[in-house]
Design a protein around this ligand. Sequence first.
Ligand code: PGA
Length: 247
Amino acid sequence: MKYIFGNWKMYLTVEQSIKLAQELVQSVSSHQDFQYAIFPNTLVFSRVYELLKDSSIGIGAQHVAGFPMGAYTGETSPFMFKEMGAQYALIGHSERRHIFGETNEDVRKKIEMCIEAKLVPVVCIGETQEDRAQNKTQYRLKKQLMKALENLSLNGSRLVIAYEPVWAIGSGMPCLPEDADDVIGWIKQEVSQYIHGPIPVLYGGSVSPENVLSYVSHADIDGVLIGGASAKFDAFMEIISQLKKSL
Ligand code: PGA
C-alpha cells in the first residue's frame, strides 16, 4: 500500500479549494493499493471535509497547535481538528520550520499532542542545501528524528514520516529517486531504534506526474507527499493515473 498525500499549502482560495475537492470526489475512485489524503488550508477544512467524508480520500491538518486548548491566539488545537473529522496532521513541514521558526522541540510537542488527540502525525524531516553541501544530511536527519521520537509512546497510534529535502521542495529539483530510496532505507533503520514495528516513510519534494513512478516503484518508499502538483486537478489526476499504470 502506498500513501498519496496532497498538501495544498496556501495555494488555493476558498472557492478554488471547494471546487477542487468536488472534482476529486467525482474522479478519484477507491483503490486497495493507495491511501489518499488531502491537507487543505485550515479555513476551508470543514467544507472540504464535508465533501470528502464519504469518499476514499482522507483529510488532515496542515498546521496544529502544540497545546490542547487555551490562550493561544490564532492557533488551532489538534483536538478541534479531530472533532472536525481530521485523520492526520502535518508536523514539522519545512515551511513551518524555516519560515515560521518551528523548532525540533515544537515538533515534539505537536507529535505528542496529536497522539493524544488521536490524529496520525505525519512528521516531516529534511536537510537544507547547506547541510547537504557540508555532508551533514545524516547528522541533520538523525537530530530531527531523535528529538521527535526518542522515548515517544505511540499508545497504539500510527505515525508516518515524510522525508522532504528542503532544497527539493517547490524548486522543480527533485531528489534523485535512488538517493531518496537510500536515505529512506537509512531513516527506517534509525527509526527502528525508537519505535518497534514498521513506520511508513514517504518522499516529498517536487513530485510530479513525470517522476512519481520513479519514487513509488522503490519498495522502501511508502508513498509521496505532493505539494504544488496536488493543488492542480489535472496534475493530481495524472499522478493517480501514472500510479495505476504501475500495478
Ligand atoms: P512540492 O512540495 O511538491 O511543491 O515540492 C512538497 C511539500 O512541501 O510537501
